[in-house]
Design a protein around this ligand. Structure first.
Ligand code: ATP
Ligand code: MG
Length: 176
C-alpha cells in the first residue's frame, strides 16, 4: 500500500472481561506475541451493575490496561463495544469502533462465522484451565470470599479493590 500500512499482523480479540482473569491473560499473551498490534474489544460495553456484567466498560478498560502494562506489553489497543443484538450488523459495528485488523482470534462459533463471512482470517484461541479460569467462576468466588484473588492478575485485583468491586458483586447478587 503506497506510503501506508497494510495492517497485516493487526488482530482482534473480544471478550466481556467481567473481570479480566488469568485465562484471558494467557490468550492475550499468545495473541500479542503473534501480532504486530492486538485490539482487545470489550464486549457488552453498555452493561454494568448486573450479576453477569458487574463492571462498567471504563472499569474493565482500566483492569485490562493496568494488567497489560504490568507485563510490559505496549502493542495493544482497547476498544469498548456495545452489543447491538443484531448479528447481521455486528461485524460492521466492530469495524466502526476498532482500529483496522485482519485477523480475529476466537473460539466462539458465531464470532468465527460472522467474521469469516466478512473475509477476516480466523485463528484459534486455546482455552487455558477453563474449569478454573472463567468470568463466571471469578464472580462466584467474589460473592463468596477472597478466593478470587488467585484467579486474576494482581493489577486487576488492585482495580477491583479501588472500586470496592467485591462488595458490589455481593450486594447485587443478594436477593431482593
Ligand atoms: P463469563 O463466564 O463471564 O462468560 P468468560 O471467562 O467466558 O466469562 P468472556 O469475558 O466471556 O470470558 O470472554 C470470552 C472469551 O475469553 C472467550 O471467547 C475465550 O476466547 C476467552 N477465554 C475465557 N476464558 C478463557 C480461558 N480460561 N483461557 C483462554 N481463553 C479464555
Ligand atoms: Mg463467556
Amino acid at each position: 500500500m503506497a506510503g501506508g500500512r497494510d495492517f497485516d499482523g493487526y488482530s482482534l480479540m473480544i471478550g466481556r472481561f467481567q473481570p479480566l482473569h488469568n485465562g484471558h491473560m494467557e490468550v492475550i499473551r499468545k495473541c500479542a506475541s503473534e501480532s504486530e498490534r492486538l485490539t482487545i474489544g470489550i464486549g457488552s460495553a453498555q452493561y454494568s451493575h448486573a450479576r453477569e456484567n458487574p463492571f462498567t466498560a471504563g472499569e474493565r478498560y482500566l483492569m485490562i490496561h493496568d494488567a497489560l502494562e504490568a507485563e510490559g506489553m505496549d502493542n495493544f489497543f482497547i476498544v469498548p463495544i456495545e452489543d447491538l443484538n443484531r448479528y447481521s450488523v455486528w461485524v460492521s459495528q466492530v469495524e466502526s469502533l476498532s482500529p483496522p485488523f485482519n485477523t480475529v482470534y476466537s473460539n466462539n462459533p458465531l464470532t468465527r462465522r460472522l467474521f469469516s463471512e466478512a473475509g477476516y482470517r480466523i485463528r484459534d484461541s486455546p482455552l487455558y484451565n477453563r474449569d478454573v479460569y472463567s468470568g463466571t467462576a471469578v464472580r462466584a468466588e467474589m460473592a463468596r470470599g477472597e478466593g478470587w484473588r488467585a484467579l486474576v492478575p494482581a493489577a486487576v485485583a488492585n482495580v477491583i479493590d479501588e472500586i470496592d468491586g467485591a462488595e458490589r458483586i455481593r450486594e447485587i447478587s443478594r436477593a431482593d
